[in-house]
Design a protein around this ligand. Structure first.
Ligand code: SAH
Length: 257
């Protein structure tokens, strides 16, 4: 029976796909890739004769029809998505009907742009006694937010907040953070095209200057906004105040008495 694999391509650099994802690409009979967001370099790793289609201009119905047709011809079909397939992708809409049609479905996780953005800027998303929580969210655009998930509600926790899909709504992001009690001078990290070779931009700004800092660079699309009290903790001049207990000489655990 055919299996359709939802493979996370990673944030941009084709080297950031998993080993398992690359191996699946190399043996799949057909690949449907999100051409607007996924590097075309992944296509260099396909086997000869592999059927390929770009989903960027397809409707859901067209994608399903293509995947169903290919699944009737090949044992393994790949749906290649940006970042991790479980975040802001159409996994439910596509996997559900495939399963209803009797096709097996598997997911290969990917490096999300939230992680790649923190990595690009050498930032940690958690820091002992500062924040131990990360919220992955967005603000409402054409997709509304479910009740209780407004940024002003979530950001009240003053933990790390990674904001996807919101580069055209920067004034809203700043005003929601302000409503949640973040100061105008609170640091904000913006990463555009994290990991894309030669295209990555890292912008350090504040709640007050977020919109203008991004607008003056003309940023839109593939832009991650990270608000966090842990930002800048890896700078060399930071005090050693927030050490992890795991590596504290006075803290014993299973691997160190
Ligand atoms: N599944 C993807 C997210 C898809 S939604 C993931 O796990 O990363 C698309 C949003 O992801 C964009 O609006 C942007 O906020 C973010 N994004 C995707 N690629 C990015 C990149 N290379 N750099 C920064 N943000 C990115």
């Amino acid at each position: 029976m055919a299996k359709v694999w939802f493979v996370g391509a990673g944030p941009g650099d084709p080297d950031l796909i998993t080993v398992r994802g690359r191996a699946l690409l190399a043996r799949a009979g057909a690949v449907l890739y999100a051409g607007s967001l996924v590097s075309a370099e992944h296509l260099h790793h396909l086997r000869e004769g592999c059927a390929v289609a770009d989903s960027s201009s397809m409707t859901l119905e067209e994608m399903l029809a293509w995947l169903l047709d290919q699944a009737s011809r090949h044992a393994e079909v790949v749906r290649l998505q940006t970042g991790d397939p479980g975040l802001y992708g159409a996994l439910a809409e596509v996997a559900g009907p495939l399963r209803a049609a009797g096709i097996k479905v598997g997911v290969i996780p990917g490096v999300s742009s939230a992680m790649a953005s923190a990595a690009a800027a050498v930032e940690t998303l958690t820091l002992p006694e500062t924040t131990q929580t990360v919220i992955l969210t967005r603000v409402a655009g054409r997709t509304p937010m479910p009740p209780g998930e407004q940024l002003r509600d979530l950001a009240r926790h003053h933990c790390t907040v990674c904001i996807f899909l919101s580069a055209t709504l920067l004034e809203t992001v700043a005003s929601e953070l302000t409503h949640a009690g973040w100061s105008a001078s609170a640091p904000i990290l913006v990463v555009h095209k994290a990991s894309w070779p030669g295209e990555e931009q890292i912008i350090r700004t504040t709640v007050a200057h977020l919109a203008e800092a991004c607008q003056e660079r003309g940023l839109h699309g593939q832009t991650m906004i990270i608000a966090s009290p842990a930002l800048q903790a890896t700078r060399p001049e930071q005090p050693q105040a927030m050490r992890s207990r795991l590596y504290d000489p006075t803290f014993s655990h299973g691997y160190r008495p």
